[in-house]
Design a protein around this ligand. Structure first.
Ligand SMILES: [Cu+2]
Length: 155
């Protein structure tokens, strides 16, 4: 979309000049005639700046805490908790708990706290002793996808 806007603009400038000001070659040049209007040019520059900033300045959601934690051994439990640095989109967030050696996922219910940063996976039945792998996938409020997994054991 952006590219076509720029290309169209440039094409228009070439047939439009009539010896007035020099047509702009890039968006950023001062003292040249930008086809269309100056507001469009400013919007395009703002958009480019925004896109460039997204890559660096915005932090992605991170997993801050997990209970049970990575590599831990715990007593039989029914609830798993994950805490994130940013709010998640509930509809695009999932948790899968399964035996570490493979096998079917264990049924449970995923709940999200009001602030969107805390997930609770409540199991239908307490976990029997064994090793488990927890896989989570989430989409942050900034629309970035994040995912992770870890293992723990139930004694
Ligand atoms: Cu992000």
């Amino acid at each position: 979309m952006l590219l076509s806007a720029v290309t169209q603009g440039r094409g228009a400038a070439l047939s439009w000049g009539r010896g007035a000001a020099r047509p702009c070659v890039t968006l950023w040049e001062p003292k040249c005639t930008f086809p269309g209007d100056e507001m469009m040019r400013r919007h395009l520059i703002a958009l480019f700046t925004l896109v460039a900033a997204q890559g660096t300045a915005v932090a992605h959601p991170r997993l801050l805490s997990a209970v049970p934690a990575q590599g831990s051994t715990v007593a039989p439990l029914r609830e798993i908790s994950l805490g994130f640095s940013e709010a998640m989109v509930p509809a695009m967030t999932s948790v899968t708990l399964s035996p570490a050696d493979g096998g079917a996922a264990l049924a449970g219910t995923l709940r999200m706290a009001g602030d969107g940063r805390s997930l609770t996976y409540r199991l239908a039945a307490p976990l029997p002793p064994g090793r488990y792998r927890l896989v989570w996938k989430a989409v942050g409020a900034d629309t970035h996808k994040v995912s992770g997994q870890h293992e723990f054991a139930v004694r």
